[in-house]
Design a protein around this ligand. Structure first.
Ligand code: F0G
Length: 429
């Protein structure tokens, strides 16, 4: 078994229900989609993917608009590419694709757009995964949802769990989660366990809890989460083509667990199978990690095969402070087959990119700015060329990490509480 752009469309196995099944990416074993709680392959513990007998084309999504006058928007516009028609929803998706003229000119590429996933209801792309994943949890009848998180997953799960009236447990690395994210999980009513360890330790524990039947796991190891996140790719390609007339040559994105990288690759494979995307037009997936947490970059540099778990990780971009990218077996083939690459950037480069995005009116958290920092670096090294049309993914909103934003921004100036005093202060400059 291998994940490949040119793979034949599979015949539905006996396990398929209404043309949907779960399939192991390692050994190919197939399982019914909603019959039991299952995160990995029963036979070999490999990662599972949701597979479909049919793949709708981009034209099929667009045709829906004409039929009922009200164009479906957001994640559920792509219901025909998802395991069911509707999720636990608060109108996720349909995020803007911005032109960023100053960065485009400074970096020197033919076209640059930024897909701002921070504009989702809870301020990150995680909502796209949760609208699908929490619906599956409902169908399975589970009574407790759980995740490990660097923050955004916990905020989204707390919100969608509240919406579904289901208990939520989140495990966070103590002291390493940005304030906005903890506040969200807290107000939406999740039980927050602060673990004396990093994200990878939290994920080990929550996976154990899930295996023991204590909770339903909603990290990106859960294949249904990635189905929702796949719609980033579908939406991005439609928007980019609407705005520029073409699909992007390259998509640059921050990488933590590599769930989005895997999900975008899956979106492209399904569009190739549907005949909407020629293999030579598939955007080059280009992953960016922080220097202090870069096991995927290391794997690409060392010949693509093995991803070594980093026990010590550190970066200001706490959202991607991850040493064991669980979706690497799905994501590495995606980077490789699309002609992409992976690059590491320093915290300073991340903060500089955060400021550059802010100057163009796009407010993001540090991890998101890694995409633009990576683009700058690869443009400087010549790996990205001036004729490319590029889309960068920004994954979380500025307000997620107010401390990082304030530290990167302009310091407030104390002034007296009268006009003369304010004028005097301004005149002092
Ligand atoms: N950007 C942000 C803002 C994130 O929160 C994350 C992951 C990523 C990028 C990396 O995405 O894992 O698909 O490669 N955050 C997770 C969390 C781990 O717990 O919120 P990935």
């Amino acid at each position: 078994m291998s994940l490949s752009l040119s793979a034949d469309r599979p015949d539905p196995p006996d396990a398929a229900v209404d043309g949907v099944w779960l399939e192991c990416i390692a050994c190919g074993d197939a399982f019914p989609p909603f019959e039991a709680v299952r995160y990995t392959c029963d036979a070999c513990d490999g990662l599972l993917e949701v597979r479909y007998a049919d793949h709708p084309s981009l034209a099929d999504f667009a045709a829906q608009d004409r039929e009922d006058g009200q164009p479906p928007r957001g994640v559920w516009r792509y219901a025909d590419a998802l395991p069911f028609d509707a999720g636990v929803s608060i109108d996720e998706g349909d995020t803007p694709l911005y032109a960023v003229p100053t960065i485009e000119e400074e970096v020197g590429v033919a076209d640059l757009r930024v897909k701002h996933e921070g504009m989702n209801p809870t301020g990150s792309f995680k909502d796209r995964g949760m609208t699908v994943g929490v619906k599956v949890a409902e169908r399975l009848g589970v009574d407790r949802l759980a995740c490990a998180s660097t923050g955004n997953t916990s905020a989204a799960l707390a919100c969608y769990g509240a919406r579904a009236d289901t208990e939520v447990l989140v495990l966070l690395p103590a002291g390493k989660v940005a304030a906005g994210k903890v506040a969200q999980a807290s107000l939406h009513g999740a039980r927050i366990l602060e673990v004396d360890g990093n994200f990878d330790a939290c994920l080990d524990i929550v996976s154990d809890l899930a295996d023991r039947g204590e909770a339903y796991l909603l990290n990106s190891l859960n294949p249904f989460r990635l189905e929702g996140q796949k719609t980033i790719g579908l939406e991005m390609l439609e928007q980019f083509r609407d705005q520029t007339g073409d699909f992007p040559d390259r998509i640059v994105l921050p990488v933590g667990n590599a769930g989005n990288t895997a999900a975008l690759y899956k979106a492209f494979r399904e569009l190739v199978a549907a005949g909407s995307l020629a293999t030579e037009d598939v955007p080059a997936l280009t992953g960016v990690q922080a220097e202090g947490a870069a096991p995927m970059v290391e794997a690409v540099e060392n010949g693509w095969d093995e991803v070594r778990r980093w026990d010590e990780v550190e970066t200001r971009a706490t959202a991607i402070r991850i040493g064991n990218p669980v979706n690497a077996p799905k994501a590495l083939p995606g980077i490789r087959e699309t002609g992409g690459t992976a690059v590491a950037v320093s915290d300073e480069e991340i903060t500089d990119a955060q400021r550059a995005l802010a100057r163009d009116g796009v407010g993001v958290e540090p991890a998101s700015a890694a995409s633009v920092a990576g683009l700058r670096k690869l443009r400087e090294s010549g790996e990205i060329t001036a004729d490319e049309q590029v889309a960068c993914l920004t994954t979380g909103h500025l307000l997620k990490d107010p401390d990082a934003a304030a530290a990167a921004g302009v310091a407030p100036e104390p002034v007296p509480a009268d006009t003369e005093g304010v004028l005097a202060h301004l005149g002092d400059e």
